[in-house]
Design a protein around this ligand. Structure first.
Ligand code: GDP
Length: 460
């Protein structure tokens, strides 16, 4: 930790807004000397005499040369994001001005910030725990309503509070049991084993619930992997294009033109779906046999949703039924989609609709009935958990620590069942505490922190 203390002495600087020309740019300084340094180049007022949370108009000057007219916002420690003195300088958004201002302040003694260093300081100064700091990065990268919601929940506390309070209770038990170790002769029991069991079981329930939320969390963060399957010419690429609302896939009526997987992200109802069009494997007329080609097969197995598309005008219904049967047996949520209704007799289509209520009839080419398809897609991926605002684990690091916590907690229970000696019990409890602490950051190593924060961008 010594490293962090020495770092805290310096004042860091970075552009907080994106690179490139914009109407305004915000340069941020954080550190004990942030206000003092800004004051050396700001003309208009004495910044060191101003209140926290105030904004000041003036100029930034290098000696006599005016670099820009700016607005300066002041945040006096500890009432700032990093809990240090923070100055935000809003300049005009020219890369020349930005560079000049940053260079000038570096000359005065500021140091260019490392990636994620502002957030790292906020974490080290106790603004939030590690899981919340990671949620800041997720929030910045969130690109759909669902991922935004999950990151926001976590940043505002999420499971951190619950884990922290259960962890505190467990620490109490650990110390009581360790205390008993000092009195082995007397045969005393400071910690009730029944109460310990109740607490561990309570913790296990919380941990299990968080672990099981990860499947959902993962799809929210990375998108729901969805495969469009079907015979050549069923209209898979056309459907993908219609959903994308732009021509990204190559559409052609010559079978075999789509050479590779086409993968694209489509936002449906605030959820990202990663669509793969498996067109392109045309060596055989049996499309499922063709799907035996390993890559397609892999895609199928990792899919969370499969759409099977067929051409209503296709006369080989036997083959299509065979395909459908095989796909249904995969046990992955699955939708049957009949395409090209525009080419078929409407009376015939109506009859089919009555006979096959679970099939969705669309025209990918004419973009007909696509809303029914998208709402059925949303129904199939059960997002109720996310809608009710439950906390969802989206981070693989948390998932990993939670699985280890679960194992150690189970070991504690086994230890209680088998009435193991106190030192073993204490060890298993300490191990559970360790893994729990990894999530919220009570237990960290410099490597872990460096790894987490280096994934942030500079300025965050
Ligand atoms: P894929 O091989 O399954 O990817 O099929 P394509 O998307 O390349 O479509 C094959 C042919 O069917 C193309 O000529 C498309 O224009 C046509 N097609 C696709 N959807 C429809 C539709 O809804 N109606 C009609 N009439 N033609 C369609």
């Amino acid at each position: 930790m010594a490293l962090h203390f020495s770092q805290k002495e310096d004042t860091i600087i970075a552009l907080a807004t994106p690179q490139g020309v914009g109407a305004i740019a915000v340069i941020r300084l954080s550190g004990n000397n942030a206000i003092k340094l800004a004051n050396q180049v700001f003309y208009g007022k004495d910044l060191e005499k101003q209140e926290s949370h105030t904004i000041h108009f003036g100029t930034i000057r290098d000696e006599k040369r005016v670099i820009d007219e700016v607005l300066v916002s002041l945040f006096v420690a500890p009432k700032s994001f990093t809990k240090e003195n923070v100055v935000e300088i809003s300049t005009h958004g020219s890369s020349y001005i930005i560079n000049q201002v940053i260079k000038l302040l570096v000359r005065k003694g500021a140091r260019p910030a490392l990636p994620g260093e502002f957030t790292q300081r906020a974490f080290l100064n106790g603004q939030f725990d590690l899981a919340q700091a990671e949620a800041v990065a997720d929030l910045i990268h969130s690109d759909s309503e669902a991922s935004h919601q999950a990151a926001m929940n976590q940043m505002r506390g999420g499971f951190s509070g619950e884990i922290a309070s259960l962890r505190t209770e467990l620490i109490h038990f650990a110390s009581m049991i360790e205390l008993e170790l000092d009195f082995t002769e007397e045969d005393v029991e400071f910690a009730s084993r029944d109460d310990l069991r109740i607490l561990v079981e309570k913790l296990l329930r919380v941990v299990e619930q968080l672990i099981s939320s990860f499947d959902l969390g993962n799809v929210i963060k990375n998108g729901v992997p969805t495969v469009i399957a079907g015979k050549p010419n069923a209209g898979k690429s056309t459907l993908l294009n219609a959903l994308l609302k732009e021509e990204k896939a190559i559409v052609s009526d010559i079978a075999g033109t789509t050479r590779d997987f086409i993968e694209d992200e489509i936002n449906i109802g605030g959820v990202i779906f990663r669509f793969t069009d498996t067109a392109g494997i045309r060596e055989t007329t049996d499309v499922l046999e063709a799907m035996g080609v390993s890559r397609t097969h892999e895609k199928m197995k990792t899919a969370s949703l499969i759409l099977y598309l067929f051409d209503l005008g296709d006369t080989d219904m036997v083959e299509i039924s065979k395909d459908i049967n095989k796909l249904e047996n995969l046990g992955i949520p699955f939708l049957k989609v009949a395409n090209k209704v525009d080419k078929s007799n409407p009376l015939f289509v109506n009859e089919l609709k009555n006979s096959y209520p679970d099939t969705i009839f669309i025209s990918a080419g004419k973009k007909e009935n696509l809303e029914t398809l998208t709402s059925r897609i949303l129904e199939l991926v059960n997002l109720d958990k996310f809608r009710t605002g439950n906390t969802i684990v989206t981070n693989i690091r948390h998932y990993d620590s939670l699985t280890r916590t679960r194992q150690s907690l189970l070991d504690v229970l086994t230890g209680l069942d088998e009435e193991v000696t106190n030192d073993f019990l204490a060890m298993d409890i300490r191990r559970s505490l360790h893994f729990l602490g990894e999530i919220t950051g009570e237990i960290t190593t410099d490597d872990l922190l460096a790894n987490i924060f280096s994934k942030f961008c500079i300025g965050k």
